[in-house]
Design a protein around this ligand. Sequence first.
Ligand code: ZN
Ligand code: ZN
Length: 108
Amino acid sequence: MFCKTCGTLLTPKTTPYGKWLACPNGHPQPELNQISTTQIQKNTHLAKPIEVADSINILAVHDHLCTKCGYNKAELMEISASYSDEDNCYRMKCGKCGHVDILEGKLK
Ligand SMILES: [Zn+2]
Ligand SMILES: [Zn+2]
């Protein structure tokens, strides 16, 4: 492989992101950099856990006062009333202690 700008033979270069061929004169090699970028994206594609132990539930974004500990944010979990014609029931899971309050009817 030769530099597309000056034609100098490319030399292996080690960086924090991996190894690739680079021009000794510092000219960028667009094709090589594209391959490198793809590899970086694959390596950083990590799934984030939704809930973390011993911390506030990030899904608890709804205003609801916990009847157990008094925390004012809760995670909404809807239960569809598929078995009857009545209004849906909602469960509000406290974002702090995990206590679940059951609400009947529709949310405002
Ligand atoms: Zn060059
Ligand atoms: Zn609570």
